[in-house]
Ligand binder design. Structure first.
Ligand code: ADP
Ligand code: GLC
Length: 473
């Protein structure tokens, strides 16, 4: 069995702010099935520190960017975790990326510390004798790990996965030494980025392979509107860059294990789940009940929802929103709920259990993103027969078979995709949703198609395995 060290800032079931955690947490089991043993290195944030208090120490360093650090090793829900306990970097109350006054100002050092520990473990192994064959870094938070390996002269191969290129880990040039980066590499072909440094760029130029989370996003990343300044760096890596689609952890996200269980051939539980969620939120919706489970940010196109809602409501629809993020978007959503009592309900906050009840009880899930590297909520929608209405970007375009005339004639549609991400095509998609829902036979067929579409990790795990194998052969 080959060994991989996965380095990231979040992973289920320990800590989650978004899809990154779902993916990092699901990969170890998926890869074990194809012959790769993965351990996951994440920071020991305060709650995790307590949980790991008795775990054995398998790595330590006296001065990890300003203080002592240890790595504790333990297993949670079948996954091997390595928790980086560096109190000066991670033991603070607040969010994992931000405190009460916004992003932690030393975020670059905090995650450089994570990356440094990852590189050191890859190079020297752990006290228990475990040593990885490959280091797999995720996003900007782990971007310096491949760089530390490369600039330290290590031969351990590395992969970096871009989950979202919008977050780049920028620091001014004067941080170079504090970040333990070599002055000689401060030029445009290596570390330098708009006069400073970016941990994501550092990973992109030093990792042996670059992946992103859908094939379509891999192509989009070469264009300025999606590459966000790194399009040239991505293009320069040529065929080293590939897109490997995220999967769904079906042990966690399946209607068969929902509160009111159901399946493609026995849908009664879904009707119960719908009635239950409507009762919970005081909704009475004769047409399709559309759900949104999302960070409320510009990326997600949530600002387009108010414009398409009145017509959708007039046609019989309803909207149930769970999310948090930008204050202005939160307020817009709350205003909608006030305008349409009984038809629109909003819960501001983060609630994993409620999200499950919503995927089970909704008829459709709306994902009008401006960009979406992969997107997981449309995959959960497919799995639950909660048909996705998506903007045709990134992984959304790769995973939803839109109900165009050809797909309907072939009987293969699984949702609705619209393009570009603007109000007019979104409104037409919502009209289409209402019309499809009004045809029970067609709707039931689309639900069956969606629930039978393969969204598990099987194929993608095999692709990661092949990538690792190619690097260690
Ligand atoms: P991103 O990572 O960009 O936020 P994804 O679609 O990949 O987008 O993943 C989002 C994940 O976070 C999904 O598991 C989704 O269910 C979850 N999620 C987002 N907002 C909330 C919320 N307010 N409450 C519960 N889960 C949420
Ligand atoms: C990012 C992206 C999302 C993707 C997730 C997991 O947060 O925004 O599209 O699904 O990472 O890869």
């Amino acid at each position: 069995m080959g060994r991989v060290l996965s380095v990231a800032s979040e992973a289920v079931p320990l800590v989650k702010t978004g899809g990154l955690a779902d993916v990092v947490g699901a990969l170890p089991a998926a890869l074990a099935a194809v012959g790769w043993e993965m351990r996951v290195l994440i920071p020991a944030y305060p709650a995790l520190r307590k949980q790991a208090a008795r775990w054995p120490v398998v790595w330590s360093e006296r001065d990890l960017f300003g203080g002592p650090a240890t790595v504790l090793s333990g297993e949670v829900a079948g996954t091997a975790f390595l928790l980086l306990d560096a109190p000066h970097l991670f033991d603070r109350e607040g969010g994992i990326y931000a405190g009460p006054d916004g992003d932690w100002r030393d975020n670059d050092l905090r995650f450089a510390g994570l990356s440094w520990a990852g590189a050191a473990i890859a190079r020297d192994g752990l006290a228990d004798g475990w040593r990885p064959d490959v280091l797999h870094a995720h996003d900007w938070q782990a971007g310096y790990a491949p760089a530390y390996l490369r600039y330290g002269g290590s031969a351990v191969p590395s992969v970096i996965t871009v989950h979202n290129i919008a977050f780049q880990g920028f620091s001014p040039a004067e941080r170079l030494t504090a970040l333990r980066l070599p002055e000689a590499e401060f030029h445009a072909d290596a570390l330098e980025y708009y006069g400073g440094v970016s941990s994501l760029k550092a990973g992109l130029v030093t990792a042996d392979r670059v992946t992103t989370v859908s094939p379509n996003y891999a192509g989009e990343l070469r264009r300025p509107e999606f590459g966000m300044g790194l399009e040239g760096v991505i293009a320069a890596r040529g065929t080293d860059v590939s897109g490997i689609l995220n999967g769904v952890d079906e042990a966690v996200w399946s209607p068969e294990v929902a509160e009111h269980p159901y399946s493609a051939t026995r849908m009664r539980g879904k009707a119960k789940a719908r009635a239950a969620i409507c009762a919970e939120f005081g909704l009475e919706v004769p047409g399709p009940l559309a759900i949104i489970v999302s960070r409320l940010t510009d990326q997600k196109g949530i600002d387009l929802v108010p414009a398409v809602t009145p017509e959708f409501i007039a046609a019989g629809g309803g909207v149930l929103v769970l999310g948090s993020g930008d204050a202005a978007l939160e307020a817009q959503m709350q205003l909608l709920a006030q305008q349409f009592p009984g038809r629109v309900a909003v819960r501001i906050g983060y609630d994993e259990a409620l999200s499950h009840r919503m995927f089970a009880g909704g008829d459709a899930v709306l994902v009008p993103s401006r960009f979406e590297p992969c997107g997981l909520t449309q995959l959960y929608g497919l799995r639950f027969g909660t048909l996705p209405v998506v903007a045709a970007v990134g992984g959304l375009a790769d995973t939803v078979i839109t109900a165009n005339p050809a797909a309907l004639a072939a009987g293969i549609a699984t949702g609705i995709a619209f393009h570009p991400t603007e109000v007019a095509p979104f409104a037409v998609a919502m009209q289409h949703l209402t019309a499809l829902y009004a045809d029970p036979k067609l709707w039931a067929q689309m639900q069956r198609n969606a629930m039978r579409q393969s969204v598990d990790w099987g194929e993608s795990a095999a692709r990661y395995a092949a990538l690792y194998a190619g690097l260690t052969a």
